[in-house]
Design a protein around this ligand. Structure first.
Ligand SMILES: Nc1ncnc2c1ncn2[C@@H]1O[C@H](COP(=O)(O)OP(=O)(O)OP(=O)(O)O)[C@@H](O)[C@H]1O
Length: 137
């Protein structure tokens, strides 16, 4: 089923010059990028995006990481893209992410309180709808 998802290249991806490589992998898979913008998230936007995490002990570190610089916010479209993009990303913790995935190939464990893992993708259809509306008015 053709569907849309919210995809993001996080600040470490932009700062480390991985934008081209990540977009190359999205396009190599055959997914379409139907919206894209470079922006630095505000703390308020981030708290809405990560509403499920705001009360967690790592949230201050996550917020500092995610507002540290520009991100590339994208809407992707393709068959089963929500699940497929999460497979392309790999496991949340780069140490556990398999080779062949973006996190497995390009990220490593960082000695910081927030897991820096280059990319984000919505984990369900309801999350995709909510996140696309949040990031693209
Ligand atoms: N225990 C933790 N300690 C530090 N940072 C964490 C921890 N768990 C998650 N994070 C950070 O918060 C983000 C959101 O966590 P979540 O569990 O939703 O992971 P995810 O779905 O793989 O990642 P994302 O939502 O960014 O795609 C992670 O990508 C990571 O940057």
């Amino acid at each position: 089923m053709t569907e849309r998802t919210f995809m993001m290249i996080k600040p470490d991806g932009v700062q480390r010059g991985k934008v081209g490589e990540i977009i190359r992998r999205i396009e190599a898979k055959g997914y379409q990028i139907v919206a894209m913008k470079l922006m630095t998230p505000t703390p308020a936007l981030l708290a809405q995006h990560y509403a499920e995490h705001v009360d967690k002990s790592f949230y201050p570190a996550l917020a500092a990481y995610m507002t540290s610089g520009p991100v590339v916010a994208m809407v992707g479209e393709g068959n089963e893209i929500i699940t497929g993009w999460r497979h392309l990303m790999g496991a949340t913790d780069p140490t556990n992410a398999l080779p062949g995935t973006i996190r497995g190939d390009l990220a490593r464990a960082w000695d910081t309180a927030a897991i820096m893992n280059l990319v984000h993708g919505s984990d369900s259809q309801s999350a995709a709808a909510r996140e696309i509306a949040l990031w693209f008015d």
